[in-house]
Design a protein around this ligand. Structure first.
Ligand code: ZN
Length: 481
């Protein structure tokens, strides 16, 4: 029986901070409680972060320090080095502290189905913007891959399942038009299926080819093994070795990312790209486990840019079906900043910040235009070399134009607004002016680029050491009259 979290307020599990040893427990007590109260999430924690030592809901008071975190190796998609930082995030700590009340509840499908369906119909009828978002990536990976799709991937890459944590049970069958596949095999093919479908509106920084074309040109095959401690490249030559274990991120959920933790098939895609990059003759140049610079575009550097591109340049392909539409994109952005940038040893130190100026008369009307000016600033101390600006496309609007004082902006496929503004010297600013047309249905009361209390809104980001990230996001809300 699946477990579901019933929450008494919007999730505090928001992309705003990375917890580390020494954090004030009061700030993350609520989030940890949520994990501890979820048997599925709890089982993903190992070692020193025992739930008992942190306490269940309400049991860890202000001032208590988290003494030790230990994340499972797969928390970072690369097995090279298990991180000692559990990336748990929150927003509005004051709000989280008091009445966070996450409790696991049993789903009673039969009894609640009619109510959920009715509520869904009512929502769809009166609040069009609240309808479930289409999610191309989830549509792609929901079922089993067809036999033609598996055959095509097998024609490009030799895939060997030498070990399979889900061996013994088939979830896809040749008799149904697929191929006989276990759950793990299905997830592996679906990961490659997504790689094949991903299209970026801006070329990836390390190749002019699309991701799948680069991948099949870079490696000959993938070998899934359980007799290794970490994934690595390559044995035999040109074949990447990926650790197959029962707690593989790809088995955490049947989705691109789980709704309650940003773990899923996307981590397997990132791991494949990482190990394949090693086969481009890119070893880890900092202490054997990290990369020295982002500019060398090593295995960590390309994972950083892959996550950034998945956030900014994949259009609406990676839309979440439920949490909020930009949830996956926000999490990709967060992974780029919090999971992969720390693997780059040498980065400029720069305090990037973002502000947004709304129209002087901050009111929209259907059919009319509204314009916003985003200002990205670098307070130094170093120059930032490669700065990006991101904003979800507000529901109920379409882009008229987006121009930047330097670099260029786009919103391909109706996707997020993405501006590559390039270098930003210490003390410098860059602006982006975004003009939107309001085409909201009459029931929508405002347009906003912050789809949820937990969402980023707009964000300035780049491969820098930015110790102050609380000023990196900005959002607007414009009433529709
Ligand atoms: Zn590596």
């Amino acid at each position: 029986m699946p477990t579901q979290l019933r929450v008494s307020r919007p999730p505090c599990y928001a992309p705003s901070h990375r917890s580390r040893v020494g954090d004030d427990c009061a700030h993350i007590c609520a989030v940890v409680s949520r994990i501890c109260n979820s048997s599925r999430l709890r089982s993903s924690l190992t070692g020193a972060l025992a739930c008992a030592s942190v306490g269940r809901a309400g049991a860890c008071g202000a001032g208590t320090l988290i003494r030790a975190w230990r994340a499972p190796a797969w928390w970072t998609p690369d097995g090279d080095k298990a991180v000692r930082v559990l990336r748990i995030s929150w927003s509005l700590p004051g709000a989280c502290n008091r009445s966070w009340g996450a409790t696991p509840v049993r789903q009673r499908r039969r009894r609640t189905f009619g109510i959920v369906l009715l509520a869904g119909l009512v929502l769809a009828a009166v609040v069009p913007s609240a309808r479930a978002s289409a999610s191309p990536v989830e549509d792609l990976i929901r079922g089993c891959p067809s036999s033609a799709e598996v055959t095509a991937i097998d024609g490009d890459l030799s895939i060997a399942f030498e070990s399979d944590p889900t061996a013994g049970t088939l979830v896809c069958r040749a008799a149904d038009g697929s191929v006989d596949l276990t759950r793990f095999e299905e997830r592996a093919y679906q990961a490659l299926h997504v790689v094949k479908a991903l299209r970026f509106s801006r070329p990836l920084p390390w190749t002019s080819a699309d991701l799948y074309t680069w991948l099949v040109a870079t490696i000959d095959g993938i070998r899934f093994r359980a007799d290794i401690a970490t994934s690595f490249c390559c044995d035999p030559v040109n074949v990447i070795d990926l650790l197959a274990s029962s707690n593989s991120a790809a088995l955490f959920t049947n989705r691109w990312m789980a709704a309650d933790a940003p773990i899923g098939l996307d981590d397997l895609v990132a791991l494949v790209v990482h190990e394949a990059r090693h086969n481009n003759g890119k070893p880890h140049t900092c202490n054997g486990v990290d990369d020295q610079t982002v500019g060398e575009l090593g295995a960590w550097g390309v994972e950083y840019y892959l996550e950034l591109w998945e956030a900014l340049y994949a259009g609406t392909f990676l839309t979440s079906p439920d949490v909020y539409p930009s949830y996956y994109r926000d999490q990709h952005l967060l992974k780029s900043e919090s999971t992969y940038l720390p693997r780059i040893c040498s980065r400029p130190t720069a305090d990037l910040s973002l502000t947004v100026k709304t129209p002087s008369r901050n009111v929209g009307r259907v059919g009319g235009k509204v314009s916003y000016t985003f200002t990205a600033a670098n307070a130094g101390v170093d120059a930032a070399g490669d700065v990006y600006l991101y904003s979800p496309m507000p529901i109920g609007t379409e882009l008229v134009k987006a121009t930047a004082s330097q670099g260029s902006c786009s919103a391909a496929g109706g996707g997020p607004i993405a501006c590559a503004v390039g270098p930003l010297a210490a003390g410098a600013t860059a602006t982006a002016r975004v003009v939107l047309r309001v085409n909201a249905p009459s029931t929508q009361t405002a347009i906003t680029n912050k789809e949820s209390e937990a969402a980023f809104g707009a964000r300035v980001t780049g491969p820098v050491r930015d110790e102050i990230t609380t000023n990196n996001s900005a959002s607007f809300s414009t009433p529709i009259r």
